[in-house]
Ligand binder design. Structure first.
Ligand code: VGL
Ligand code: ZN
Length: 206
């Protein structure tokens, strides 16, 4: 992989709460940090996303009395998976993993900060209408191709790549620089969705 000046590395949610010891830990989530640091040095443009929730967020099982984490409930915009409380804005769990070292990252997109809407995608919240502003940024900066990595492969990386593609950007997922939550069927349906959308999965060494 030889990044062009119009390529960007989009690093999704490399936050402590998604790493071992965090409240919504992804297995081996921290293991990709050195690779992402290395990848980041090859890109002129690096963009980070940060999951950033208020207390009582709609995606927290704790906000739905009687519901358990990792189940699905119906909300105004459709089905919503419920999670343990995570990435509370300003908390240490919402901070980037301490070993993440990408000082030249030019933009941090926070998402999921509206109590009533979750946001997996870096582009659109889960109502599929509310934009985060990232599409405008990418367009205005003349960026064409986005290489996605980070957490979690089957949620925020998935929906960022799908929405980015629908918005007209070429999205490529760097598979070995991403780890999955792994709910039943979630990785399989992610791979199918990528295939249907023509999204390439590449390894960092290609
Ligand atoms: C994520 C679940 C809840 C993610 C964020 O970054 O994939 N997953 N919030
Ligand atoms: Zn979240």
């Amino acid at each position: 992989m030889k990044p062009l000046a119009t390529d960007a590395l989009l690093v999704i949610d490399m936050q402590s709460d998604f790493c071992p010891g965090g409240s919504l830990a992804v297995d081996e989530g921290d293991s990709i940090v050195p690779l992402i640091n290395k990848l980041g040095r090859r890109f002129e443009h690096v963009i980070l996303t940060q999951d950033w929730h208020p207390e009582g967020h709609i995606s927290f099982a704790s906000a739905h009395p009687g519901s358990q984490p990792y189940t699905v409930t119906e909300v105004a915009y459709g089905p919503q998976t419920l999670w343990p409380d995570h990435c509370l804005k300003g908390s240490s769990g919402a901070a980037f993993h301490p070993a993440l070292d990408l000082p030249h990252a030019e933009l941090i997109v926070r998402k999921g900060f509206r109590r009533e809407i979750d946001s997996y995608s870096a582009f659109l919240e889960n109502d599929h209408r509310t934009p985060t502003g990232l599409a405008g940024y990418v367009r205005e900066r003349g960026l064409k191709r986005l290489f996605l990595c980070g957490l979690a492969y089957d949620f925020c990386v998935r929906f960022s790549a799908i929405d980015g593609t629908a918005l007209g950007f070429e999205c490529i997922v760097i598979e070995d620089a991403s780890k999955a939550v792994g709910l039943p069927g979630s990785v399989e349906s992610t791979n199918e969705a990528f295939a249907d959308a023509g999204i390439k999965r590449e390894r960092s060494d290609v």
